[in-house]
Design a protein around this ligand. Sequence first.
Ligand SMILES: [Zn+2]
Length: 154
Amino acid sequence: MRRSRPPHRLPPIVEAALCEIFGSAVCRVRLVPHSWYARLHGRAAATTRRNVIYLRGSLAQFAADPALMLHEYFHVIRQWRPRRLTLVRYLVECLRHGYWNNCFECEARDFTNAHLQRVMALLQQKEASPTQAAVRRVVSFRNMKESYGSRRSA
Ligand SMILES: [Zn+2]
């Protein structure tokens, strides 16, 4: 039996903030970090297809960039998923209006501008919640113990 690799997931806090904006569909979007496919797209930090976001860099870099996340999840959930965005439509739009002014990019930028403050506030709120703070304290205590243990045995 072939085992599939575990999916790449955003940190729970980040995923929860995005779910408040886009709904649970966020959890079904596949993320591909360090993607050669993304690198084929010039200097773009990410590129999307139906239900997938290909990242040039790491998942951590993506998770640290709320504007980029909003932009890419918008393409996938609000454009690819309802099939408003297809490769052919995108190429036609690019030929007519260029990359910057094509309607799919304009919509994604407008959406990002409209929701960036909210997602930033959600991220801060969730980071500051007592449960998350407690989880972080336990994790950092464990890491401290582990690193102390490994230093000791070296
Ligand atoms: Zn875009």
